[in-house]
Design a protein. Sequence first.
Length: 89
Amino acid sequence: MVEKRKVSMLKISVWLTLGGALFAFGPLLLALLLGGLSGDFESAFNEGDGFGAFIWLMIVTLPLGAIIALVGLVLLVVSLIRRTREPRP
């Protein structure tokens, strides 16, 4: 039971780290993806008639995603330290 909990804590911390990074840079990725799909890559950075307005969402998502990723990294380090310190049979 304890081993299963440690593995799940490791998985949760990895998913938090990756999810936080994806959430932080999601608007940029969305603008680049939609700009590439529209055929005009420069529209990804044009706020007037393109998808550049999505990048303004990073004002909110970048700090929140960084906090989520940082929490995930701290949990990852703690779970790895606990895993290496426990005696193995």
